[in-house]
Design a protein around this ligand. Structure first.
Ligand SMILES: *Cc1c(COP(=O)(O)O)cnc(C)c1O
Length: 399
């Protein structure tokens, strides 16, 4: 049977306590045991089927985790309080002093800062490289390498990782391929191509209403259980636990993700095509001019398209800033970081979300000053949006 992530979510039924169509929200931090023996067994690691304490697990978090595992086609999943909570827990679970990571150089600014500035304090080193060159990835692997880390479609340059090639390398060396799939939920199913661990910031498309932060780690039963082990689990001990109320509200938003992703992609593709035709430098993986287009074509679940993110080069930082301010004045969207909202969001990554990356390295990876990153919204009349955006660009002599 064809793997269909939206059907997998659709088919999950959870009922509430009184026959409610949504599951009841667990409103407890701690849980009673009928016998002292069961409590002892639970601390010994036999946590199957019972709840202990809500930092370890809670019914609402398990519902959301199961739904996300169904979406990604992994055995199970653990939700966390934020995307960074998921990323840091995975890395610290897999790496210790003396270990090494091979990572894409175009990753989320917080991930980059964690690897570059924080992990050296624990004697964990990272080689950052161009993830679109699998031969460089393989050459960078040492006996101490504990993982290959990348984003399926990267922030902010929208580079596409050849997950099949990377997973073949990871398997050959007996290390996991860890993929942050935040930019492309439903569009890409990394586990299908051999990713061992799939991470999301739920804050973005999956929740989609810019009202909460959240994260998830999707993987094997064994790995997810190890993350919440009471004795040495990074998620359990570092404590980035999602609150049950939040888990319940994210689960409700997940139910409409397939409709939203289709519209985000359709709108982004439309704008990318029109602005490229107008002569702008546009980066969108759905355009044949994008160097990762063929790779992405091979990876996507076609009905969801190429995603809702695109970048436009406004020439220089002053022009980029003027354009963003004007677009905000015209109510085209908001000058804000983050992504996946119903309204278009835009920011200049060089001076915001990727400012953790030193200027020289930004240049080396093609992150120019005038680059604007767009998360395209759910506008019903995208032609109207295009026309208004274009008039802003013409007024500022960008077009
Ligand atoms: C936002 C983001 C993160 C971090 O997630 P938070 O929920 O903000 O902690 C990680 N990776 C990517 C690709 C992101 O866009």
């Amino acid at each position: 049977m064809k793997f269909d992530p939206a059907n997998n979510i659709q088919d999950l039924q959870y009922f509430g306590e009184f026959g409610g169509v949504n599951p009841s929200i667990s409103d407890s931090s701690t849980y009673t045991f009928l016998s002292a023996k069961t409590m002892f067994d639970t601390f010994e690691g036999n946590t199957e089927g019972c709840y202990l304490y809500s930092r370890h697990s809670s019914p609402s978090n398990l519902y959301l985790g199961e739904a996300l595992a169904a979406m990604e086609g992994t055995e199970t999943a653990n939700v966390t309080a934020s995307g960074m909570g998921a990323i840091t827990a995975v890395i610290l679970q897999l790496c210790g002093a003396g270990d090494h990571i091979v990572s894409s150089r175009t990753v989320y600014g917080g991930t980059y800062a964690f690897m570059k500035n924080f992990l050296p304090k624990l004697q964990i080193s990272t080689t950052f490289l161009d993830i679109t060159k699998p031969e460089e990835v393989e050459a960078a692997i040492t006996p101490n390498t504990k993982m290959i880390y990348c984003e399926a479609v990267s922030n902010p340059l929208l580079e596409v990782a050849d997950l099949e090639a990377l997973s073949a390398i990871a398997k050959k060396h007996g290390i996991p391929l860890v993929v942050d799939n935040t930019f492309t939920p439903l569009n890409i199913s990394p586990a299908k191509f051999g990713a061992d661990i799939v991470i999301h910031s739920l804050t973005k498309f999956i929740n989609g209403s810019s009202d909460t932060v959240g994260g998830v780690v999707c993987g094997t039963q064994e790995f997810c259980l190890s993350l919440k082990d009471v004795n040495d689990g990074a998620a359990m001990l570092l404590g980035s636990t999602m609150d049950s109320l939040r888990a319940a509200s994210i689960l409700k938003n997940l139910r409409t993700l397939h409709i939203r992703m289709k519209k985000h992609s359709e709108n982004a593709h439309y704008l990318a095509k029109r602005f490229e035709q107008d002569g702008l430098k546009v980066v969108y993986p759905g355009l044949p001019s994008h160097p990762g287009h063929d790779t992405m074509k091979k990876l996507i679940n076609p009905e969801y398209g190429y995603g809702g993110m695109l970048t436009v080069d406004a020439g220089d930082l002053d022009k980029a800033n003027a354009l963003m301010e004007m677009m905000q004045e015209k109510n085209l969207g908001y000058l804000a970081v983050s992504l996946g909202f119903y309204k278009t969001l835009f920011s200049a990554p060089g001076t915001s979300t990727s400012s953790e990356i030193p200027e020289e390295e930004q240049k080396a990876m093609g992150l120019s000053d005038g680059l604007i990153r767009f998360s395209i919204g759910l506008d019903n009349d995208i032609e109207r949006t295009y026309n208004t955006m274009k008039s802003c660009m013409q007024e500022l002599e960008i077009l």
